[in-house]
Structure formats: C-alpha cells, structure tokens
Design a protein around this ligand. Structure first.
Ligand code: NDP
Ligand code: OXD
Length: 309
C-alpha cells in the first residue's frame, strides 16, 4: 500500500526523505501519479487538495501539512468522512510566536514612528512605554495562541486570551464564549487573531471589535483572510480607532497586485509567512498517523469536522 504526496511539488523531496528516514519501507507516490488508485491508503495535502481524492477506494486518512484546514473542510474533492489530521509542529509554533512577538515589540518600541522619523532625518523622542502598560488580546488560545501568549507574558505584556472553551494559561487572563469576547478586547492595545476560520468566526474582526479596542490599537492578523471585514478595518484606520494593522492572511491569496492594502502606509502586508515550517518537520506525526489510520485508531491532531477545526 502507498502514500500519495499531493502537497507543493517543490517540497516533495524534503517530505519523502523525512518520511523514509522514519519508515524506510514506505512506498510514496507524487501527485498526479496515483495509479492504481486502489493502492493509495494515505494522502498528504497542503492547504488545498490538487484534485479529486474521492477516487481512492482504500483511502484511510488525509494528512494536511497546514495547521488551518478550513479550505479542506469545504472542498468537494475530499471524501466527507475520511479522517483528516491537521499539522502541529514546533517549526510552525516557534515561527508564529516569533512573528507575533516581533510585531508586539515593534509596537512597544515605536518602530513605525522611528522608521518614519529616519525618512525625515528627524531626531524624535520615544514614548518609553513599559510592556506592563500594554494589553495584548489573543483571540484563539490553541496551540499557537497559547505559545505566543506565554512568550508575551514573559516579556512583561499584560495578556488576555479568548477561546471557545475556557483555557488556563499561566499569567494570561482568559475569557470564553461570545460574552467573553468583548471583555477580552476591551481597551486592548494590540489584538492578535489566531482563530480557525469557521462559521462562528468568519467576519469576527469587524467594527464592533475595533470600537472596543484602545484608540490607536494595533491589529496583528495571522489567521485567515475571511476573519477580517476589510471595509471595517479601513474605516477604523481612517477614524484612528485602529492605528496600524499587520496582516499576513487575505481573502484572496496571493493578494492581488491592485489591492489597496499593498500601498496603505498604515498596513504592513506579509505574504502568508507568519509561521513557516521546513518540509519534513512534522514527519514523525505523519508516520504515526499513517500507522494509526491503518490500525483504525484516532489520528494525532484529528480535525473535528462538526466543530470545523
Ligand atoms: P487550534 O485549533 O490549536 O486553536 C484554535 C483556538 O481557537 C482554540 O483555542 C479554540 O478554542 C479557539 N476557537 C475556535 N473557535 C472559536 C470560537 N467560535 N470562539 C472562540 N474561540 C474559538 O489552532 P492553532 O492554534 O494551531 O491555529 C490557529 C489558526 O492559525 C489556524 O486555524 C490557521 O487559520 C492559522 N494559521 C496561520 C498561519 C500563518 O502562517 N499565517 C500558520 C498556521 C496557522 P478551544 O481552545 O476552546 O478549542
Ligand atoms: C496555515 C499554515 O494553516 O501555514 O496557514 O499551516
């Protein structure tokens, strides 16, 4: 029986090498080379399926190399009841935390103001804010949100976190449910979005949330483009409700060349690179998940399709 690799062709060699290092006997084929279809028992995909995965009669599980699986859950090319696992790996977690900490510290140390001052050859004074005076609201306290929140606490920020079920994270004031959202963001200086995209979270970054933040707050959005109501962000930037936005994810990716975000000096655009994982870093879980799939056991980081993440 055979694994079908159907993720980015450029990363195929890295993944195959890492999988074979752990399971030397593994048969691996590379999309679109999948005949005979009956041989395929396990498929590795990225954020999207490259084609119809319903044609494999012996498929036992699908493994995504991405953490967020919203596109896969709405993709008619996926068999609707085949177990699906998402990726959780140290590479993704550490790099996401770096990104968030970097932009939180850039905010604290007034990076944008200093860079603008240099353009004018102007010798300005810093505000000298202490991290303890800044509230960071982390929306989504899962694998990534908890790691980032813990690091921000370590740096002295006042950190709040919001999740569906109430979470306990040392040093973080936690909230849950719809009522907890407003309390979590009220008066926050930085809002970080690390939610999965589901029916409940689509459009959650909207005028209501922006109006609850501290005037001039910074939005760090690294989850999914459809969380953000773009028109509400522009209104909030125009009114000063939001001072600046750092955005890594967009409704359409790549972000179209004529999209106004590219040229808006109040918005920092990055091309969905907040978290980066080297091909092969999650191979241990993939090999274990194939073993589990063949044994009919639940997968590591199996997606709960009814919950949507
Ligand atoms: P997890 O599944 O570990 O965590 C998701 C968190 O969101 C959980 O705390 C969950 O609550 C919470 N949540 C889900 N739905 C709701 C809701 N309706 N109300 C309140 N809280 C909710 O995911 P990860 O931390 O691994 O990843 C989060 C997201 O980050 C991914 O889905 C993806 O979209 C994005 N991402 C972006 C990347 C990038 O490069 N830009 C890279 C990797 C991920 P509970 O704890 O109760 O389950
Ligand atoms: C994601 C990822 O889910 O890059 O965005 O893993």
């Amino acid at each position: 029986m055979t694994i079908l690799y159907a993720d980015e062709p450029a990363d195929a060699e890295g993944w195959a090498k890492a999988i074979r290092a752990l399971d030397p006997g593994a048969e691996i084929r590379f999309w679109p080379d999948s005949e005979p279809a009956a041989d395929i028992d396990f498929v590795i995909v990225g954020g999207r399926a490259p084609g119809d995965l319903r044609v494999f009669p012996n498929l036992k599980a699908i493994q995504s190399t991405w953490a967020g699986v919203n596109h896969l859950l709405t993709d008619a090319n996926l068999p609707p009841s085949t177990p699906l696992a998402r990726m959780v790996d140290q590479g993704l977690t550490v790099s996401m935390t770096e990104y968030i900490v970097f932009h939180a510290l850039d905010t604290l140390r007034e990076g944008p103001r200093l860079r603008a001052a240099q353009q004018r050859a102007s010798w300005v004074n810093l505000d000298r804010r202490a991290p303890e005076s800044m509230v960071v609201a982390v929306l989504g306290l899962g694998v990534l949100g908890q790691d980032a929140a813990a690091r921000l606490v370590g740096l002295g920020f006042r950190v709040r976190g919001w999740s569906r079920s109430r979470r306990a994270v040392a040093g973080v004031e936690t909230f849950s449910g719809a009522d907890g959202l407003r309390a979590c963001v009220a008066g926050a200086d930085i809002a970080v979005c690390l939610l999965p995209l589901t029916d409940d979270t689509r459009g959650i970054l909207n005028a209501e949330i922006f109006s609850a933040l501290n005037p001039g707050a910074v939005l760090i959005h690294v989850a999914r483009g459809a969380h953000l109501v773009e028109a509400d962000l522009i209104d909030a930037l125009d009114s000063g409700r939001i001072g600046r936005a750092v955005i890594d994810v967009f409704a359409t990716e790549p972000l179209p060349q004529d999209h106004p975000f590219w040229r808006d000096p109040r918005i920092t655009v990055t091309p969905h690179v907040a978290a980066i994982s080297r091909p092969g870093m999650g191979a241990t879980d993939i090999v274990e998940n194939r073993r589990r799939a063949l044994a009919g056991a639940p997968l590591i980081n199996q997606v709960d399709r009814s919950r949507g993440y």
